[in-house]
Design a protein. Structure first.
Ligand code: ATP
Ligand code: MG
Length: 392
């Protein structure tokens, strides 16, 4: 990996901070990724400069949480999070520290980080500072809390979900006592906001070892405290093979038809519609609907996604796969893609038949739509008007 290139812009931040008399290090995921020799995601920087120092030194900064010590520094349009060394004091809500105190010691800053693999610092010459043996845990592919797991998870319950998400993302194992800490404190997950839970679940499902992470969610019983999941059947969760949270929900809803989907996970409208349409498509497949109608009613993304879901989960009806192939074939030769593509509209019909609008309009339009779709009527203004005059 070309280090100089990857860290080029970020290095100017470390340089500048040092020239101004401060210490600065890379920390977190970027150092972990570098040590694992995989592509580096976002680069986080930690420094003993205070937020106001950082804002004074750099011409372009964005205030994202100065009270927590974080400032975004923008270099050539790339944003970098620069965070002041800090320690976290008491926690009373299992979510965030009651107060943040800055410290002048990098070692103390690293001590408040969640896992040893995330608590390795690297300076601008790419020299590593690793007081908690993070490199060893990366080498052993093991996730271990910095310090006592019970204490660390008791401070911040989100860390338990982060641990399990990293199992999937990095394909690491969970250290035994770290896992036992999760078992003891699983119920604290109920205090975490659903948005943050969902964020972690999405990362979990996009990881490379989803099944290991799912088995940890199950065995630690943390699942019992996650909205929506708590009402599912464990066997059903175990048996699915999916790579996104949305697809997991789609399958779970297929398996539990009576389980009314109440959006406990606060998903976006797009996501909700995606789930709704996928379920309706799956149902229609069982109803022997004509492939032309299904091709017309569902967009390609929904069809292809459901095809993946079915082919990767053999407990679902595999005969639907042939049906889906027929539907996809029809999709490419549909005469119209939506009502808007019809050569006539409601106004044309009202004029032709000299009638005021009303429910009859929708009926005739649907009839025209169907005939055009099945190639019984050419989608051409004169032809359709002539047909309407004959029929009505
Ligand atoms: P990635 O960006 O690949 O998801 P990351 O390790 O960089 O992984 P971030 O959420 O970007 O994760 O956090 C950056 C760093 O901040 C972490 O590596 C860790 O050192 C620290 N950190 C983040 N969240 C917590 C937390 N809840 N408790 C303690 N430390 C945390
Ligand atoms: Mg990161």
């Amino acid at each position: 990996m070309n280090l100089e290139e990857t860290f080029k812009e970020a290095n100017t931040i470390l340089d500048t901070l040092q020239k101004n008399g401060f210490e600065a290090y890379y920390v977190g995921g970027s150092v972990r990724d570098y040590l694992m020799d995989v592509n580096i995601g976002d680069i986080d920087i930690t420094t003993n400069a205070l937020p106001e120092d950082i804002q004074n030194i750099f011409p372009r900064t964005i205030d994202v949480g100065v009270e927590h010590g974080t400032v975004i520094v923008v270099i050539n349009k790339t944003p970098f999070e620069v965070t002041t060394y800090r320690t976290e004091t008491t926690y009373s809500d299992y979510r965030r520290p009651d107060s943040v105190s800055f410290t002048t010691s990098i070692k103390e800053d690293l001590a408040r980080r969640d896992f040893t693999m995330n608590a390795v610092a690297m300076d601008r010459m790419f020299k590593i500072y690793d007081p908690y043996n993070g490199q060893l845990s990366i080498k052993n592919k093991e996730i271990i809390t910095v310090g006592d797991p019970y204490e660390r998870f008791n401070e911040d319950a989100l860390r338990m979900l982060r641990a399990i998400r990293f199992v999937s993302q990095l394909d690491f194992k969970l250290n035994e006592s770290t896992f036992n800490g999760i078992v003891k404190l699983a119920s604290n997950v109920q205090y975490i906001s659903v948005e943050r839970i969902v964020q972690e679940l999405k990362k979990l499902y996009s990881g490379v070892n989803v099944s290991h992470a799912k088995s940890l969610l199950i065995h630690s019983e943390i699942l019992k405290f996650i909205p929506y999941y708590k009402k599912l059947n464990i066997e059903d969760i175990k048996k699915t093979n999916v790579h996104s949270l949305i697809n997991e929900i789609i399958i779970q809803q297929i398996l539990n038809e009576n389980n009314h989907f109440k959006n406990e996970l606060k998903l976006s409208n797009d996501e909700k519609n995606n789930i709704k349409n996928s379920l309706s498509f799956y149902n229609d497949l069982g109803e022997n609907e004509s492939p032309i109608i299904l091709a017309y009613n569902y967009n390609e993304h929904i069809i292809l996604n459901l095809k993946d879901i079915i082919s990767e989960n053999n407990f679902l009806n595999q005969q639907y796969l042939n049906q889906i192939d027929d539907i996809l074939l029809e999709k490419s030769s549909l005469t119209i893609k939506s009502k808007k593509d019809l050569a006539v509209n409601g106004n044309d019909l009202m004029k032709t038949l000299n009638r005021h609008g009303g429910p009859w309009l929708k009926e005739i339009l649907s009839e025209i739509e169907k005939n055009v779709l099945f190639n019984k009527l050419e989608n051409n203004y004169e032809t359709i008007i002539e047909w309407v005059n004959d029929e009505y």
